[in-house]
Design a protein around this ligand. Structure first.
Ligand SMILES: Nc1nc2c(ncn2[C@@H]2O[C@H](COP(=O)(O)OP(=O)(O)OP(=O)(O)O)[C@@H](O)[C@H]2O)c(=O)[nH]1
Length: 255
């Protein structure tokens, strides 16, 4: 899902649907990235598992409960990790779904772009929804098809751990699956707890930095060649850039 009003990050504007709160997420311009240290993370999973809620919890420490339908927002943040400044970019995505044969995935092109673009992957299911758990393996295989070689930094998050009575997926299954994907399993509740969510994202960031060799953020780009995902932030940036250009042209022509 998508945060209401996230095209105007950082503002407290309450316009738009009255049913949704706007959480201000501190942003900085993408052009202002920390040189050579950018960590790009994409959050993937089935519908209603809490992808947006986890991102919002991680970035704002808050849980707001209701979110608008997701169009794939990109959030950017400067963070300090192990004493070093890092540009962190987190891509929210529309849901993926299993095909009828339960092997393949319905997956929008926008998601493929995000998978290609990212350095690290948060695969989310809900512990209360077994079918969301069953999408994880095909989802990982899909990522593998886009990145056929090399290490894929990945974590598996079983969200909604506050709903213990409705649990459909035992923790051991999450653990086993994560291990088989070469990642670590985190159980978390975006609703109830910031620490678990924070620990999960932090772990992935560290894995990504390690995989990039502490290097320049440029990684293996085997497989498909896909453009960077479009995001509200980039579009806004381009709009501003065009504005500046056209004002320069105007002032140049009036001299
Ligand atoms: N109880 C509980 N509810 C949660 C938790 N995380 C999210 N939710 C609720 O689950 C619903 C879906 O959350 P979203 O963050 O919109 O999920 P999403 O995966 O982005 O959904 P899609 O846009 O369908 O892909 C919302 O009603 C949230 O309030 C959680 O940890 N515990």
């Amino acid at each position: 899902m998508r945060l209401s009003g996230d095209s105007a990050p950082g503002s407290m504007n309450s316009s738009g649907s009255g049913n949704f709160l706007l959480v201000p997420i501190p942003e900085y311009p993408l052009l202002d990235c920390v040189p050579n240290k950018t960590v790009k993370i994409v959050v993937l999973g089935a519908s209603n598992v809490g992808k947006t809620a986890l991102i919002v919890r991680f970035l704002t420490k808050r849980f707001i409960g209701d979110y608008e339908a997701n169009t794939g927002a990109l959030y950017s943040r400067k963070v300090t990790m192990d004493g070093e400044e890092v540009s962190l970019q987190i891509q929210d995505t529309p849901c993926v779904a299993l095909q009828d044969d339960a092997e393949g995935l319905y997956c929008q092109e926008q998601i493929n772009r995000s998978i290609y673009w990212a350095d690290g992957y948060v695969l989310v299911f809900s512990i209360t929804d077994n079918s969301s758990y069953r999408t994880i393996q095909p989802l990982y295989q899909h990522i593998r098809r886009i990145h056929p070689s090399g290490n894929i930094p990945v974590i598996l998050v079983g969200n909604k751990s506050d709903l213990l009575r409705a649990r459909q997926v035992p923790a051991e299954e999450g653990d086993t699956l994560a291990t088989s994907l070469g990642g670590v399993y985190f159980e978390a509740s975006a609703r109830e707890n910031h620490e678990g969510v924070h620990a999960a994202f932090l772990h992935l960031c560290q894995e990504v930095i390690r995989a990039l060799g502490g290097g320049n953020g440029e990684k293996r780009k085997g497989g498909l060649h896909l453009a960077r995902p479009k995001s509200p932030n980039m579009q806004e940036l381009k709009r501003r850039f065009r504005q500046v250009l056209s004002s320069k042209v105007k002032s140049a022509t009036t001299i």
